[in-house]
Design a protein around this ligand. Structure first.
Ligand SMILES: Nc1ncnc2c1ncn2[C@@H]1O[C@H](COP(=O)(O)OP(=O)(O)OP(=O)(O)O)[C@@H](O)[C@H]1O
Ligand SMILES: [Mg+2]
Length: 254
């Protein structure tokens, strides 16, 4: 085992017997049921499953945007359930980059300002935060959009700004809900390469995706069904290029 083997280091994200029930009585929905999952430094995990299987619920709980009905979520060893609102917000801002399915950009701020904001809230000087934002935009191939407002961008451009915002700073955990949904296939692949590189540099990432060819960039694919982990498979890679992922049914999907 090399010293970079992810399993030898503490998990960046750990879910222990996590359940989430929405509603009450007859309207009760068990969105997640007893999920155990750990993501280690350097690991890129894809989450797949049918609509309603609990993928977004899993991601919001992992990012501390929602709390479980039962069980515990730990980020960098800290149990989120025990934190005050303020401490939870601090931990989320410093440790977690979150790419929302609907981007969640602030309309009154430019692309660069949207990306720099969490850093400035953390006390990084404005000029430094802007420089970091420009670097992140360049990395995603949209450096020329720095001073553009979200309403003047396409959906795919906004999605890349949202990804840049999640990657800025030294966030150890990147959570992305369908981060390639609005992108053409070439741009989608480029974004996945950026996420992959971030994990290779030591971050941990969990990404919801419907596309098997995107999941192939991951080290592991977690398949959810009815709020439970139905199976896990390996996303094997050679030289950074995605290859086929064995599907739990035994059939090979691309
Ligand atoms: N706030 C909520 N109130 C009530 N039920 C909810 C709520 N959020 C999610 N659910 C229910 O929990 C289950 C899991 O939802 P979730 O959004 O996690 O699914 P998903 O796998 O992300 O689906 P999709 O692929 O359509 O995005 C669904 O049955 C959904 O209707
Ligand atoms: Mg969802």
């Amino acid at each position: 085992m090399s010293h970079t083997d992810p399993r030898r280091t503490a998990a960046v994200l750990q879910l222990a017997k996590v359940s989430r029930v929405h509603g009450r009585g007859a309207a009760e929905v068990h969105a997640l049921r007893g999920v155990d999952l750990a993501v280690h430094p350097g690991e890129f995990v894809a989450v797949m499953g049918p609509s309603g299987s609990g993928k977004s619920t899993l991601l919001t709980l992992a990012g501390g945007l929602d709390l479980p009905s039962q069980g515990e979520v730990l980020v960098e060893g800290v149990a989120l359930g025990g934190l005050s609102r303020g401490r939870l917000a601090d931990l989320r801002r410093r440790s977690v980059g979150y790419v929302f399915q609907d981007y969640n950009l602030i309309p009154a701020l430019t692309a660069a300002e949207n990306i720099a904001l969490p850093r400035e809230l953390d006390g990084v000087p404005g000029r430094t935060a802007r420089r970091e934002a420009l670097t992140a935009l360049e990395e995603l191939g949209i450096g020329e959009l720095a001073d553009r407002f979200p309403d003047d961008m396409s959906g795919g451009q906004q999605q890349r700004v949202a990804i840049a915002r999640a990657l800025i700073g030294d966030r150890r955990l990147v959570l992305a809900d369908e981060p390639t949904g609005a992108l053409d296939s070439a741009t989608g692949e480029a974004v996945l390469a950026v996420l992959r590189a971030r994990c290779d540099a030591g971050a941990a990432a969990m990404m919801v995706t419907h596309a098997a060819e995107h999941a192939a960039w991951a080290d592991r694919v977690v398949h959810l069904r009815d709020g439970e982990v139905a199976s896990e498979s390996v996303g094997r890679r050679f030289g950074g290029h995605p290859v086929a992922v064995p599907h739990p049914s035994g059939e090979v999907v691309r």
